[in-house]
Design a protein. Sequence first.
Length: 255
Amino acid sequence: MKNKLCIQRHKSNKNSVILFFEEFDIKIPKHIFKKEKLILNRCFSSSKLDELRNESEEYYCYEKAIKILKYQRTESELRTKLNGFRPQIIEKVIEKVIKKNYINDLSYMNNLRRIKPNFSSKRLEIFFKSKGINEKLIKEFLDNIDDSEALKNKYLKILLKTKVSSQSYMKRDILKKLIQEGFDYNKSYTFINENFKYEFDENEVLKDFYYKTYFKIKGDFKIKSKRWISKAVQKGFKLQDAKKLCEDLEHEDIN
């Protein structure tokens, strides 16, 4: 048994040394190799060999963790990316990087909210859960934030991309998109009604809609008029306005 725990040979590369024993080999960092003076034929007790193995694995695990943490990660993400090391080694490394404040889930959540100012609380919750953050920590974080600023930011972003149409259609479209982003229906509805400014002449918008869509409709005069009016109403224009414009413009065409 004694011979099995003696170094038979070793092989060096840039940062590591592989120690070959009779039935197995161990990869260790060069600084440990030098510190322990691991010469050929040196023999070890089982406990000393386990100590050497643990110290080496912890070193490699920590080095990998530092590389991973060049980009901000959650504790759960780091654990997943350290898969392949023994659980007890991962726990020691996680404990070390937390102690040095290299990883902090609360800091991660604060930073994400700062760089994603238009995320609703609901969307933040879904994202944080996908990153494996503790649900209790997520709840405590979300209980202390206000969606008002995020709602305003998202509203303005959606408004800029919303096609000009009737006032009611645009407001309905914006509301639908805010709900899809996870914002509260009642708060979104109130915010839109208090802040939406319709800076267009709705009759001109309706006329523009007529010229863009009427002539694409197939059918005779009556069918085209009926279908176009239906389209206009679906877009939020008033029925009487759509009928009047259709009659006026059709009359102009005849003349």
